[in-house]
Design a protein around this ligand. Structure first.
Ligand code: FE2
Length: 199
């Protein structure tokens, strides 16, 4: 089954700045994502994207929401339509005339699968947070106090341990950090500091 999108252009330039409200994005998730674990994953990636946009990229609230929206919706079709991932959510957002940068970021969050290279900062950070966020969440679940007291050293050990969260691609994580020009350590620290608060 190929998930290749077969195109490199997404949305319409004239729709730049068009977004859903947070309420609308969450309503879409409620309708499309029945799996609560997957929903939590999207809240976490969305939360990380918004927080990173504000505090590291120094973007304003409007732009930070665009980043967060990309994170919130990036796997929206994975639960019910895995064979149409991420074609279905992309086409849906295009039909709603959503900002093309958001749609493009979603289309490039797995370039090996979808055939779209991450180019913008938003693309690259979504790609970078996606897999690592999941691994860090798995690590939090095996700790008695979750994210509380979590240290970089323990997380790095889990990342090196290939049998831990074995479905998480270490190669994607390495590749994503390189493309985004951020160190793995700084991403790990950022996730430790913030991920526990996204629900
Ligand atoms: Fe994801």
């Amino acid at each position: 089954m190929s998930l290749q999108l077969g195109r490199q252009s997404f949305g319409n330039f004239n729709n730049a700045g068009n977004v859903l409200t947070e309420q609308e994005a969450k309503a879409l998730l409620d309708e499309w994502v029945l799996n609560e674990r997957l929903k939590l994953h999207m809240f976490q990636v969305g939360g990380l994207m918004g927080e990173w946009a504000k505090t590291v990229e120094n973007l304003d609230e409007t732009d930070a929401w665009r980043w967060k929206m990309a994170g919130l919706l990036h796997d929206a079709d994975w639960d019910q339509w895995p064979d149409q991932h991420c074609k279905k959510i992309i086409e849906h957002l295009e039909s709603l005339n959503i900002d093309p940068e958001i749609i493009r970021a979603i289309a490039s969050h797995g370039h090996v699968h979808f055939g779209v290279e991450p180019v913008t900062r938003m693309d690259k950070m979504l790609y970078a947070f996606d897999e690592l966020s999941g691994l860090m969440h798995a690590y939090s679940l095996m700790r008695p106090n979750g994210y509380e007291g979590m240290e970089r050293k323990g997380a790095m050990k889990r990342i090196k341990e290939k049998t831990f969260a074995a479905n998480v691609s270490r190669e994607d994580i390495r590749d994503a950090c390189e493309r985004a020009e951020v160190s793995l350590e700084s991403l790990v620290d950022f996730i430790i500091a913030h991920q526990g608060s996204f629900k």
